[in-house]
Design a protein around this ligand. Structure first.
Ligand SMILES: Nc1nc2c(ncn2[C@@H]2O[C@H](COP(=O)(O)OP(=O)(O)OP(=O)(O)O)[C@@H](O)[C@H]2O)c(=O)[nH]1
Ligand SMILES: [Mg+2]
Ligand SMILES: [Zn+2]
Ligand SMILES: [Zn+2]
Length: 349
């Protein structure tokens, strides 16, 4: 039997048109799910950081339960709600459903935790023994206590912030020189957005002049704030060692080298200049720190720091002992500059 051409045409239209329509509808659904996911990811997470290699990236990779390393699952032609690995495991690809996925750094392939929480990255700078590590630990202890009073949970992830490390904060060991893993904790509650706070705490020896130092402080490119610690007692007694000016010069060289910026470029990264050991000696107040530095031969440092950083604040803290709430204040100031909502949700004062 021979079809006449109108019948053939009708048959073709009858078969092809629905297919084209289905494809168009599916395409539109994928495109709208992907746009929605992208909007949500930008507003809740934005990017992720690897505490091992310090690189930051839009999205980590994920490791399926079968061990397979896959790209971060987002709605696409492989699925809008789930992707399925070759072994048949379902991997959610919608915002909000992925926070329990095992994540992997796309650069160094280390297992890391990102939990779709937006990072706030804090860099510790200061001479050997200026009190960086103790300040970080005192701050974490105080933030955890204060958050608990508001039903906000703080979970520390890395060993440097473990319960044992916090308990032993007053006898914290000297930080070893060289590149170290950064320390992470997650803040979570029903009222505020999930956040990851990452501390980059390195040895003060890294801020001493050294020929051919290999720069590993990649985090200076995305840090949300700098805590510049100094020991006021070291300025008032006859002592060899780096002054705040020496440390600042060395730090600023590293900062501009890593950022690839000119040495005169003004940065708007918040800079907290922190006098430690307020519990000893005369005990400075916040309002007296700048004047103290000027009186003790550091006017040059104050002026240079204020000319190269547009957002500078001075603090005086005590990080040792049971009451170390003051140590949390410079950290929380930096947090407040990134996330005022979180900052006001936790009572630090
Ligand atoms: N009394 C008192 N002692 C402090 C305070 N902060 C730090 N210390 C002590 O100062 C010493 C050095 O503190 P660290 O926190 O290890 O100093 P750091 O800057 O991390 O030193 P490096 O890791 O070597 O660069 C330790 O013995 C601390 O206990 C403080 O606020 N009060
Ligand atoms: Mg240290
Ligand atoms: Zn990495
Ligand atoms: Zn799998």
């Amino acid at each position: 039997m021979v079809f006449s051409w109108p019948w053939a045409l009708a048959a073709v239209i009858g078969m092809v048109v629905p297919l084209v329509l289905i494809k168009a509808v599916v395409g539109m659904r994928i495109s709208s799910a992907s746009k929605k996911e992208s909007r949500e990811y930008t507003s809740t997470t934005q990017y992720a950081v690897c505490p091992k290699c310090k690189r930051n990236f839009l999205r980590p990779n994920v490791r399926c339960s079968c061990g397979l390393n896959l790209e971060y699952p987002v709605p696409n032609i492989y699925g809008i709600k789930y992707h399925t690995c070759n072994k048949g495991h379902n991997i959610p690809c919608m915002s909000g459903k992925r926070s329990d996925l095992r994540t992997v750094c796309p650069y160094c392939e280390s297992d890391i935790e990102t939990r779709e929480a937006m990072p706030i990255s804090i860099s510790m700078v200061g001479a050997v023994g200026s009190g960086k590590t103790t300040l970080m630990l005192g701050a974490v202890k105080s933030i955890t206590q204060a958050a608990r009073t508001r039903d906000i949970s703080v979970e520390t992830i890395t060993s440097g912030l473990s319960k044992d490390a916090i308990v032993a904060k007053d006898v914290a060991p000297k930080t070893a020189p060289g590149e170290l893993d950064s320390e992470c904790m997650f803040i979570r509650s029903r009222t505020v957005r999930d956040r990851e706070i990452i501390f980059h705490d390195i040895s003060g020896q890294e801020f001493e002049p050294k020929e051919g130092k290999i720069l590993f402080e990649e985090y200076f490119t995305y840090t949300d704030g700098i805590v510049f610690a100094f020991d006021p007692m070291a300025l008032t007694r006859e002592r060899k060692g780096s002054t705040p000016m020496d440390v600042f010069e060395s730090f600023h060289y590293m900062f501009t080298q890593i950022n690839g910026t000119s040495p005169n470029k003004v940065s708007n990264v918040p800079l907290a200049i922190v006098a430690t050991r307020a519990d000893l000696g005369d005990g400075l107040s916040d309002g007296k720190v700048r004047e103290f530095l000027v009186r003790n031969g550091q006017e040059g440092f104050v002026k240079v720091a204020e000319s190269l950083f547009s957002n500078v604040r001075y603090f005086s803290v005590s990080s040792t002992g049971e009451d170390c709430m003051s140590a949390a204040r410079p950290i929380w100031w930096i947090v407040s500059e990134s996330d005022p909502e979180l900052a006001s949700a936790v009572p630090i004062n």
